[in-house]
Design a protein around this ligand. Structure first.
Ligand SMILES: C[S@@+](CC[C@H](N)C(=O)[O-])C[C@H]1O[C@@H](n2cnc3c(N)ncnc32)[C@H](O)[C@@H]1O
Length: 378
């Protein structure tokens, strides 16, 4: 996707309009006076919307539109829980107070509040995935669904399959999904760029052409491996891309890797690779499912040699950016989640894994993520 032809000069002009409208709104008023209503405020809002429209790229704009329903769902859920009445208009309520008073699960309420806070409009349309209805059925995350639906997606689609098994029953949608994953790679390689695959993996004097350098688990059409090969053309060693049969069968021309059908809920057949790479995989799954996936990997790892690389977001403890909060809700719909560092550490601990480093590029958006490097303890 190409960016609209907006120049730095355009941005300067748009910033100028924001500043001018902002000054027209507040100049001449005392610091403590209430915000003046009227057309000048509307002018500032319009100037800021123009600036945002100029700055956002088409993918960011598209994701915002697609995920708008999550904001609606979060606002409706907060409304049904009575959260708005519990927070005084001019005051604050702590998360714990709200948990105590609503009886909702703490983690779930935090997500709804984060996204509700990011919402700029209180539109209460029914979301397509019936999230609020599902949350009611599960007593806001504190009880299992009476009919055994594990996720809002399952409830909304009346299926007991996980997202990918369900997509297998809709081949056209699965194809589109896989293509979307490819285009996200084309949009940004910042996650890949965060990790020095050459010095960390491939250019080690002991590496050989024959050894398995990297296994990309759930690697789709091989888009990430191709990007790694393009960035480091001198990397020695073999690479393997594993995925479900439906995704592997669509690979036309595998350059620089071996495609392999493999279900990551079964034991990893490639033993002793230098790296097992999970790119945007674990955020699709609950902690319990991640344990199943990772324990299949741990048993294939060679101690002191193999590592796990995870390209996913590491959420900040406070101030989660709006798009990241939306992504988190998006994952919740399918039973997954975005995780903070503390949550990653807790996820790894029972598997005997520890984080050795979180590799991240400075000033990149949450979508472009970071690479978490984990190894066997001891
Ligand atoms: C969010 S996509 C990420 C694709 C790719 N790693 C990327 O970053 O572009 C998730 C991938 O996991 C694959 N997947 C889902 N369930 C799987 C399973 N049980 N075994 C192997 N792959 C699976 C999907 O087919 C899909 O390619």
């Amino acid at each position: 996707m190409t960016r609209p032809a907006i120049t730095c000069r355009d941005i300067q002009d748009l910033l100028g309009e924001v500043n001018a409208a902002g000054s027209a709104l507040v100049d001449g008023h005392a610091d403590a006076s209430p915000l003046p209503e009227g057309p000048v405020r509307g002018r500032l809002v319009a100037a800021m919307q123009n600036l945002l429209a100029g700055l956002q790229d088409p993918v960011e704009k598209g994701l915002e539109l697609i995920w708008q329903s999550h904001q609606n769902a979060a606002v409706r859920t907060c409304s049904e829980l009575g959260v708005f009445e519990l927070v005084p208009p001019s005051g604050k309520a702590s998360l714990q107070e709200l948990v105590d008073k609503t009886g909702a699960d703490r983690q779930l309420l935090y997500k709804q509040l984060t996204i509700g806070k990011s919402s700029r409009w209180l539109d209460l349309h029914l979301p397509s995935l019936k999230l609020p209805e599902y949350l009611q059925r599960t007593a806001y995350g504190t009880k299992p669904d009476p009919d055994g639906f594990q996720t809002p997606l399952q409830y909304g689609e009346n299926t007991k399959l996980d997202l990918f098994q369900w997509l297998k029953t809709k081949p056209e949608q699965f194809k589109t999904f896989n293509l979307a994953m490819e285009s996200l790679t084309a949009k940004s390689l910042a996650g890949i760029e965060a990790y020095p695959f050459d010095t960390e993996l491939g250019l080690n004097p002991s590496s050989t052409e024959d050894e398995i350098l990297l296994v990309d688990v759930g690697g789709g059409h091989g888009q990430k491996v191709e990007a790694i090969r393009a960035r480091y053309p001198d990397l020695k060693g073999r690479m393997v891309v594993q995925d479900l049969k439906e995704a592997i069968d669509e690979i036309q021309d595998a350059k620089g890797f071996k495609p392999m059908v493999h279900d990551f809920f079964t034991p990893q057949p490639v033993e002793g690779a230098r790296a097992y790479f999970f790119c945007r995989i674990l955020h699709d799954w609950s902690d319990q499912d991640c344990h199943r996936i990772l324990s299949n990997t741990v048993s294939a790892m060679r101690p002191g040699h193999s590592r796990i690389l995870i390209l996913d977001a590491v959420l900040p403890d406070t101030g989660v950016p709006p798009l990241a909060a939306l992504l988190d809700i998006n994952m919740m719909l399918i039973g997954g989640m975005e995780r903070s560092r503390e949550q990653w550490v807790a996820l790894f601990a029972p598997l005997g894994l520890e984080i050795v480093k979180v590799w991240a590029k400075k000033d990149v958006s949450i979508f472009e993520a970071s690479i978490i490097e984990a190894r066997l303890k001891g």
